[in-house]
Design a protein around this ligand. Sequence first.
Ligand code: SF4
Length: 226
Amino acid sequence: MPIQTETSIASQEYQISYAELMDLSPHSALLNFHVRHDQRIEHITARSKQSKACFKGCAYCCFFKVIADAVEIFAMVDYVKENIDPQQLDQIIVSAKYNIEEARNLSHEEQSTINQQCPLLIDNTCVIYPVRSIKCRNFHATDVSTCHASYNNPKDLTILNNNIPEVYIAAMGSGDGFMAALHNHGYDDRTYDHNAAFIEALENTDCKQRYDAGRRAFKTAKYDND
Ligand code: SF4
């Protein structure tokens, strides 16, 4: 079977997601998308000659700058409210607010040159793993030494992780297809700073109302082009 291009996977996912969003909420469509997305990645990874070096407990990538789309942030907040105990939630809030302050006066590029532990990483485990973002789902490496090197030298932006090209292409196309469907249904598809958007969504229910009305979901959290 020929390898699908990023564009063909994006188009396939777009059609499925666009049709689903006629009847489903963005949240329900996202959960359905996660199943298709993970299956695509698993299928292509299994057929690849290369292997991922990622393993449970390895979390170097959870110290790199994390960004997520609005619908993903709402899914994380809902998950945390339903599944995380109050003490852990306090820990997440403190950690996210620390990251926000540390990055407050840094440019996008400068933020990529510091290690910040994702607030949702507790005891080296992602506590919202089933609803982690598309970016987190897509990230992988064939050699942990590059992740380690980047973690140890965060200012060196020339260190790139080695990924499996066909998996990367499929993952990007799949995510782009879903986000394009959301966009064409009028939903905010900006990619926001994970820490600030998470806190804003947790503390202010207006974010969700703005999102449902097709407006910019977050007022203070920055997005990629801010
Ligand atoms: S959301 Fe989970 S997988 Fe993504 S950076 Fe945070 S801890 Fe890691």
